[in-house]
Each structure stands twice: as C-alpha cells, then as structure tokens.
Design a protein around this ligand. Structure first.
Ligand SMILES: CC(C)(COP(=O)(O)OP(=O)(O)OC[C@H]1O[C@@H](n2cnc3c(N)ncnc32)[C@H](O)[C@@H]1OP(=O)(O)O)[C@@H](O)C(=O)NCCC(=O)NCCS
Length: 153
C-alpha cells in the first residue's frame, strides 16, 4: 500500500517519545540535537509534535513561540519516508499550530548545504532574509546559516 494512502497522524510529543525522536534525529543529522535538547523543549513548553504513520513514528517538529513570532527549531522525516510529501505535511502542521497559537511569522535557520530542506522552505514561500556567519558546526570548520521567514496570517 502506498504510504500516502495511510493517514498521517500528529500527536504532541511526550516523554515516552523522546528516545525514538532522538534516535530518528541522530539518523538524519551529522550534528544532531541531543536527547536533552528535546527534553528541554518539552519542559519549556515549545510546540513539539510527532507524526505517526500507521502508528509508526516517522517524523517530528519543534517550534518555539514568543508573543507573535515563532521559530522552527527542528523538523525531520525518517529517511525511508522522505520524498513522499510527509515533510511538507509536517511543516504545514507546524505552521498551522504556530498560527493558531497567535504567531504572525515563522522563521528558521538552515544550512545552505541542506538543499532538500532549502527546497522545502522555498516550496512553501519562505523568504531568505539573512545569514548567520559560522552558525553551525561542520565536518571542516563551521557553516553559515541562511535565515528564512514566512508570514503566517
Ligand atoms: C527536509 C525534510 C524534512 C523534507 O522532508 P521530505 O518528506 O523529504 O519532503 P517532501 O517529500 O514533503 O518534499 C517537499 C519538498 O521538499 C523538497 N524536496 C523533497 N525532496 C527533495 C529532494 N530529494 N531534492 C530536492 N528537493 C526536495 C521539494 O521542494 C519538495 O517539494 P516537491 O516534492 O513538490 O518537489 C527531510 O528531507 C528531512 O527530514 N531531512 C533531514 C532533517 C533536516 O534536514 N531537517 C531540516 C533542518 S533545517
């Protein structure tokens, strides 16, 4: 059965999900968020969600909202489910939750080398508004971050 025929369900992340989410993140990133980063996001009351496909945890998103601005801190889809529209659905869900939470704008940082993520954000109409020098650790030295934003209203 094509994965797109199975409903993708979103749930608030809970403490019981943290191990699976941290493992998923580690499978996706060379410099992954730690288990502690996800725990701290839960404790801080950020918008932290998991996506399940037929019960299987295949994705997550973390959004920090401050007054009327939101910041996408992390998002990921399991490799074997990538390229099938799930990332777009995870991002759309995170944007809608931020908007319903009162945010008028969502911004994010992304590595220029992360072409797939950059394409996803451009696909949704995010604008490139800046650059943070040497923001990320890299295999050699450091890498800049591109800063994107999008109006949510
Ligand atoms: C970025 C990520 C969430 C995208 O999820 P995904 O499920 O692969 O994306 P989708 O299938 O929904 O694709 C949505 C859009 O992303 C872009 N995209 C997806 N796969 C792509 C690929 N292989 N090459 C280029 N662009 C791609 C396209 O714009 C695509 O739109 P289209 O299918 O209409 O062309 C996923 O690749 C991922 O988890 N990457 C590792 C973690 C990460 O980098 N997170 C972002 C940190 S800033």
């Amino acid at each position: 059965m094509n994965a797109l025929n199975i409903p993708l369900e979103f749930f608030p992340m809970n403490a019981g999900d943290v191990d699976s989410v941290a493992a998923l993140e580690s499978s996706l990133q060379v410099f992954p968020w730690s288990r502690g980063n996800f725990e701290d996001s839960l404790k801080a009351g950020y918008g932290v969600w998991v996506a399940r496909l037929g019960g299987e945890l295949i994705g997550f998103s973390v959004v920090m909202s401050v007054i009327d601005e939101a910041h996408l801190l992390a998002i990921g889809i399991a490799k074997r489910y990538q390229g099938q529209g799930f990332g777009a659905r995870m991002l759309r869900h995170a944007m809608e939750c931020a908007r319903l939470g009162g945010a008028g704008r969502l911004f994010l940082e992304v590595r220029p080398s992360n072409e797939r993520a950059v394409a996803l954000y451009r696909h949704f109409g995010f604008r490139e508004i800046g650059r943070r020098r040497d923001y990320y650790p890299a295999i050699v030295g450091r890498e800049d971050a591109l800063v994107f934003d999008k109006e949510l209203r």
